[in-house]
Design a protein around this ligand. Sequence first.
Ligand SMILES: [Zn+2]
Length: 311
Amino acid sequence: MTPTKRGIVLGALLAIGGVALTVAALQQPLAGQEAPRVVEAEQLKDNLFLLTGGGGNSSAFVTEGGVVVVDTKNPGWGQPLLDAIGSVTDKPVTMIINTHTHGDHVSGNVEFAENIEIVAHENTRTNMQEMRPNSSAAPSTTPPLNIFRDNGGRGMPTQTFTDRMTIGSGRDQIDLHYFGRSHTNGDAMVVFPAHRVMHIADAFPAMDMPIMDANNGGTGVGYADTLEKASAFVDGNIDTLISGHSATTTTPADLKRFIQFVRGYVSDAQAAKRDGKTVDAFADAWMPPAGFTARQARVRSNARLIFDETR
Ligand SMILES: [Zn+2]
């Protein structure tokens, strides 16, 4: 090898080394970041999709005039949700329906086009002006994120309802129902009558202890009664329920079992109060029945509310 050639080879090796260093430097911050944000789309009916990941479940209903999206996930998950919808239809999103105020269901609103309709219960609109953390959230020293205030009011509901609202007609009809306070004081239950499907969201978190969110108007002692009203409607009208976080759909029979679970828990908490027990003593000892799960923080924060509501 002549000295000249060796020089070129060395130079090339240094160049490759330089590229390798650059790649390593680029990968360094990437390694500390969270995984790519991917929303999965599952086709439930020909024009109805369940979209999971990134917070609460969303659904997308593809109507003649455009796509109606129920709930929009955590901050930063609006665009991945739009990408997932774009993978199943070419139609634009024309409407968002928010089931309730929690940040894992509404925050993506700010990433949608500014001219679309956003529909929610009137109490949810009021709650979204404040965006208080739910009563089961861990205490925090930082002020809660108010994504709508931070975005100059973008993403706030443009239409509200109180008890019932019908959108569209025929195959495209959507009915919004409010049966009373449960998870919050503004839980919209979204019905697609043509498919006999209800997006019931966090009011029925499948077989898990619900959050009875005192900070956003939720109730413990009234929870089961409200769901009893929903269940009376579900009987004969609905075959499939979309819960707020479960990756699989549930049935009207599951809803009935859930209501009995909530009733049992609430009456256990009320009995503990009447027996002079503390909230903590009750929450430490209480165990969910077989087939149900219950996070300790929820058992405790819900019990605090039930004790307060029980005279
Ligand atoms: Zn919620």
